[in-house]
Write a protein that binds this ligand. Structure first.
Ligand code: SAM
Length: 288
């Protein structure tokens, strides 16, 4: 099958099947061979790897993955793409296509059955409308993962990579950095896709930490604290957490923990690092 990274071949296949792009599925297909090469290289895919691809579309990146990986499993929600994938991937015997919503797939089980529970790689040009649930779902389910290399909205990539002091810093930054080491591989302009998205994109690689970077007694509590702090970004931490409906600490308990950490009583949540959130969570966790 012709390389779909070439726009001419993509147009040909789309016309042949009279395929209609569905906005609701975030369908923007890659048509740039340099970007495709870069993604595969950044993910470090080898013949030893089992790769999960989310949203193969017409199979453009899947072809590249099939060349580089041992096995590829591609999960695509749009059933109109399945006959197209049967044609574009016909030359590869190491690819399985599953017609399913990725949010309904038991990826842990897939990794166990297909890769003997060894760490898998995830590579995707993600549908932007569900970037966060996909990534958090993968991390929180404790699927064995080596790295996740994904195309996301540029702004989202920035949010994942940044630290305190930036306007982009938030709950997503902390959640991603708790599980992985983020690295922005490339910025990708709209003209590398068909149709062109309205926003800029970036490829980001999230390399899973072998050990969590901080010691937390109660992960769920730490994430509740983080979410509550950023929901009330403009307030001081004491007021934000003291008023949060999902928490039940008194303002005195919160102020006490903040003071014990050597922080100012008027500190805001957006200035705390991941290790400070871990410490705050460990201190408050003893109270309830
Ligand atoms: N990988 C292709 C490429 O790079 O050209 C297509 C990428 S396109 C941005 C996103 C793909 O994800 C589309 O094929 C879309 O149909 C699919 N998709 C959207 N929501 C999905 C879901 N919940 N589960 C699986 N695939 C989904």
């Amino acid at each position: 099958m012709a390389n779909l990274g070439n726009p001419k071949n993509t147009i040909e296949i789309i016309q042949k099947y009279e395929f209609n792009f569905q906005k609701k599925f975030g369908q923007n297909f890659l048509i740039d061979t340099h970007v495709l090469d870069k993604i595969i290289r950044a993910a470090g895919v080898t013949k030893e790897d089992f790769v999960l691809e989310i949203g193969p579309g017409i199979g453009t990146m899947t072809q590249y993955l099939a060349e580089a990986a041992g096995k590829v499993c591609a999960v695509e929600i749009d059933r109109n793409l399945i006959p197209i994938l049967a044609e574009t991937l016909a030359g590869y015997d190491n690819v399985t296509v599953i017609n399913e919503d990725i949010l309904k797939v038991d990826v842990e089980r897939l990794a166990r059955e297909e890769n003997g529970g060894r760490p898998i790689k995830v590579v995707a040009n993600l549908p932007y409308y569900i970037t966060t649930p996909i990534i958090m779902g993968l991390f929180e389910s404790h699927v064995p993962i080596d790295n996740i290399t994904i195309m996301v909205q540029k702004e989202v990539a920035d949010r994942m990579q940044t630290g305190p002091g930036s306007k982009d810093y938030g709950a997503l930054s902390l959640a991603v950095q708790y599980y992985a080491d983020p690295y922005i591989v490339a910025n990708v302009p709209p003209n590398c896709f068909m149709p062109r998205p309205k926003v800029g994109s970036a490829v980001i690689r999230l390399t899973r930490h072998s050990e969590p970077p901080v010691q937390v007694d109660d992960e769920a509590l730490m994430f509740r604290l983080i979410r509550a702090s950023f929901n009330q970004r403009r307030k001081t931490l004491v007021n934000g957490l003291g008023n949060a409906p999902e928490l039940s600490f008194t303002k005195e308990e919160i102020a006490g923990a903040i003071a014990a950490m050597g922080l100012s009583p008027t500190v805001r949540g957006e200035t705390l690092t991941l290790s400070q959130y871990a410490e705050l969570s460990n201190r408050l966790g003893g109270k309830k």
